[in-house]
Ligand binder design. Structure first.
Ligand SMILES: [Cu+2]
Length: 161
């Protein structure tokens, strides 16, 4: 009896360890959008593509996803998010789908273009003239951020270069 219990305990521990190793990956990437409706749409699309967790932040425009790399991939998630109308770091929505988005969801595509690394940042700094607020001189993931202050991107105020 004791041996059996020990065996069960060992089996349980081994299976939990293997469970943790179910190739769970966490990624954060940029997704264009505006409002709560966008949030629901983006997160649903990510889950439809196999993400176990998806959380989009309307301020930072960042989508955090958790997924099992054995069943889906980052690009699958990004393509699904684009399929429902939201440009993102890995895929671009078609003009048709974008045109059908609710009025409040029609994010500024020119501003989104300005948040990519090339148009907004150069050598880790905001390009001259690309950001109105030149005190925000750090670039991270293609977005300008104020030095030492995490979060809010000043790319929202970017003027197209
Ligand atoms: Cu919206």
């Amino acid at each position: 009896m004791k041996t059996k219990n020990l065996f069960l305990a060992a089996a349980f521990i081994i299976s939990s360890v293997m469970g943790v190793q179910a190739q769970n990956k966490k990624e954060i990437f940029q997704v264009s959008g505006n409002c709560g409706m966008c949030k629901g749409r983006i997160e649903n699309a990510a889950k439809e593509a196999g993400a176990t967790q998806a959380s989009w932040n309307a301020d930072s425009k960042k989508l955090a996803v958790t997924y099992d790399a054995a069943t889906t991939s980052l690009s699958k998630i990004q393509e699904q998010v684009a399929l429902v109308g939201h440009d993102n770091a890995g895929a671009k929505a078609s003009d048709d789908v974008y045109a059908k988005l609710h009025g409040c969801c029609k994010y500024d595509r020119t501003a989104a273009a300005a948040t990519d690394g090339e148009s907004c940042c150069k050598d880790g700094k905001c390009k001259d003239g690309s950001c109105k607020d030149t005190s925000k001189d750090c670039c991270k993931n293609g977005q300008c951020e104020k030095k030492g202050k995490k979060g809010k991107s000043c790319c929202a105020n970017c003027t197209k270069a």
